[in-house]
Each structure stands twice: as C-alpha cells, then as structure tokens.
Design a binder for this molecule. Structure first.
Ligand code: ADP
Length: 396
C-alpha cells in the first residue's frame, strides 16, 4: 500500500512516497523557501535527482507541485494520486493528548490547535499540511504521527520540572521530549538485535542537526534530553541545549534582546555554529579542527562531553545498559564522534572496537569489542517508515 509521508515545516516540506509493507521508497524530496521564492529537490530511487526552481507562494502550491511531480512526465512514479492510499503526517507536538498515532478527524485538529502554544512554529505548519491534503485529496485518510508520543511513557518523576506544581497543572509545563519516532524505531531494532529479550536497557543517541538521547527501559521511553521544547538537552547544530536559566535574562540585558530574539539566538545562532563561529555542519568543523582551528576542536570536545554526560547519567538511571545505539547524520556517519563519546568508559562495560567503528558502512551493525558488556550499535533511523507503518495499521 502506497503512503505519502509529509513533514510540513513553516517554510519547507519534506516528503516520501513509500510502500508501507516493503519499505520501498518510490520517491522522496524536499520543498524549500515556500513564500520566499521556491525550490523543489526531488529524488526517484537512489540515482535520479531533479531540482526545480519556481515561485511557490504557499504550502498549497508546494503540495500541488509535489503531487504533480509524482504523477507527470519524466518524474512520474505513479499514474494517479488515487494510488496514494493514505497520508501520514509527522507532527511535532502531541502534548499529553496523544500517546500514539491517530486518524485525523475534526476533533484531532482541534486538539492540535490547542497545542499550538507549545509548538508555535511547527504545529501550525502541520495543521496546514493536513488541511491542504484533505482539500486536495478529499477521499484519502490522513494520519497524525507525533514526535512526542513515544515519550508519553515517561513517569512524572522524570518529566516534571522543579518549579511550582501548578505550572504543570495549569500551564502544562513539563518535559515532552522529541525525536520519538526515531527513538522508537531504533530501540525496537536494538531489541531485535538483543534477541528479543524481555527486559532491556537501551540508550539511543540520535545525533543530527537536532540531537537527543533517550533512555529506553523495556521498550518504553524512561527519560530523554529534550524538554518542553527541542531546545533542551544536548548541544546541537544551532541550538544551545541545556544552559543555566540565568543566562537568559543576563544576555537579554547585555544585548538588549526581547523574548523572541533570545529564543531565536539560542535556537538558531548557538550550539556548534555559535561556539565554532564556522558552521552548524559537523563535517566543516571537523575539517577546520584537523587544520588546527582551536575553537573547532573545543566545539567537538564540548559536544562530545555533553553526550558523554547524558550517556553516563542514563546508564545510572537504567542501572547499566544492554546497548548504546548511534543514529542520525552524526551518529551514523562520524566514527570520530563515536570514538570520542565512548572513550574511557570501559569501567562501565562500554568497549568500542575501533576497527569496526572505522568501517564506513551505511548499515545496521555492532561496533563493540567481543568483551564489551554493553553492545554498541549503529542503527540508521527510518522515521518515514514508522510513519508509513502507523498510517497503514490505522487505516487498513
Ligand atoms: P537533521 O537533524 O537535519 O535530520 P541529519 O540527521 O541529517 O540532520 O544530520 C546532519 C549532521 O550530520 C550534520 O552536522 C552533518 O555534518 C553530520 N554528518 C553527516 N555526515 C557526516 C560525516 N560523514 N561525518 C561527520 N558528520 C556528518
């Protein structure tokens, strides 16, 4: 069954046309700069890549363009949009309403509207994506898959912030966590690699532009590093991650920033970009460090230290770990970061095999020494496949 997976952002749309049973990706792509000018990057299979620039004033034109590209001329992979049996939407924030994926109904849309204050940039774009799909394909069901849902199993002791309790009961202030679809997929793959044993302690390190770590106990999220918003936790490409809250008024005062500006600063100008002054892209920072750039080296060391801190903290929370999993752009591809993160953790039973770690293979694999008590896995994430599967299971 063919599922159209859509991840709608404020000025961009990521999509895949994917076969839910076989995971075959018929086409995928990205529309960027919606409302500015417009660019479509479309891929068919592994080899054929097309870039198309044209005015894309709104999300509606963007989705129309994608559907046209899927069904017409040399980019065509299906004869008609009727071959799309359902649409699976990646949704940023499900709050406490959604602990699993749901078919989109008017009541689901109303709840998502209510959650907009928790995800002011992302949820409105997700809602818009759903409404446009309902409009363009009125007979095709839509399913919402929430990035927060997997973390709804976190117990209160892990999700509450140490502030007056009424902030939770009245204002829903708590840790929600994100990257749930990825943490779910990777931890499930790890459980299979561990022989489907019943009680498992797994730590998933999703390290990409946005990064988070999740402690997964018996297949359920116990704690994760992102918080009320994706700004919490690790140092990321452009996000600061955890900082002393006192930094915020201090910087606002020193730099004359308002609330919007300071949040923008911590989300878009900090992290690896801010510290290195070079880029948010780790490859460029590694390259600068190898040429002797001190700040680039400090950036790498800071990022790894923060990952190690959470790795050890979560190992403590879980009472040890059966497996540590690396995933996403950095986790899957950077042997250097994996080596630095795992260094000197033999006392915790974590022993990396450097040779296995250095092999450049885009595949799920084990990279620990035979003697390591904790397995170390590289597991390429596949969020779109989880969205397609959830969508299929709900509508079949
Ligand atoms: P997003 O969160 O946008 O999905 P990705 O998961 O694609 O991000 O990860 C992007 C990050 O992965 C970038 O910092 C990029 O530099 C890094 N990355 C990708 N390939 C490599 C590599 N071979 N070595 C080091 N870093 C890499």
């Amino acid at each position: 069954m063919l599922i159209f997976v859509l991840n709608a952002g404020s000025s961009s749309l990521k999509y895949q046309l994917i076969h839910a049973q076989t995971a075959e990706v018929k086409a995928s792509g990205l529309v960027e700069r919606i409302g500015i000018d417009g660019i479509l990057k479309h891929e068919i299979g592994e080899n054929k890549k097309i870039t198309f620039e044209c005015p894309i004033p709104t999300h509606k034109e963007a989705i129309n363009l994608i559907l046209h590209t899927l069904t017409h001329a040399e980019t065509k992979v299906i004869d008609s949009i009727k071959e799309i049996k359902a649409i699976g939407h990646r949704v940023a924030h499900g709050g406490e309403y959604f602990d699993k994926s749901v078919i989109v109904t008017p009541s689901v849309l109303r709840k998502m509207e209510e959650l907009v204050p928790l995800a002011p940039l992302h949820n409105p774009a997700n809602i818009l994506g759903m409404q446009i799909c309902q409009n363009l394909m009125p007979n095709t069901p839509n399913v919402a898959v929430f990035d927060t849902a997997f973390h709804q199993t976190m117990p209160e002791v892990h999700f509450l912030f140490p502030v007056p309790h009424e902030d939770y009961t009245e204002h829903y202030l708590r840790k929600y966590g994100f990257h749930g679809t990825s943490h779910y997929y990777v931890s499930q793959q790890a459980i299979k690699l561990l022989g489907n044993k019943r009680n498992t302690k797994i730590i998933v390190c999703h390290l990409g532009n946005g990064s988070s770590i999740c402690a997964v106990k018996d297949g359920k999220s116990l704690n994760t590093t992102m918080g009320l918003t994706p700004l919490g936790g690790l140092m990321m490409g452009t996000r600061s991650g955890d900082i002393d809250a006192g930094v915020i008024p201090y910087l606002m005062d020193k730099k004359g920033m308002d609330t919007h500006q300071i949040i923008d600063y911590l989300n878009k100008k900090s992290g690896m970009l801010g510290v290195s002054g070079i880029s948010s892209d780790l490859r460029e920072i590694i390259s600068a460090a190898s040429e002797g750039d001190q700040r680039a080296q400090v950036t790498i060391d800071m990022m790894c230290n923060r990952i190690r801190k959470y790795l050890c903290a979560y190992s403590g929370l879980l009472g040890g770990a059966d497996a540590i999993c690396f995933t996403a752009g950095i986790g899957e591809n950077s042997n250097l970061i994996r080596e630095q993160v795992c260094a000197n953790l033999e006392f915790m039973g974590i022993e990396l095999d450097k040779e296995k770690n250095n092999l450049l293979l885009p595949l799920t694999r084990e990279i620990n020494k035979k003697s390591s008590k904790t397995k170390i896995f590289i597991i390429p994430t596949n969020e779109e496949f989880v969205i397609a599967q959830d969508t299929y299971n709900l509508i079949k």
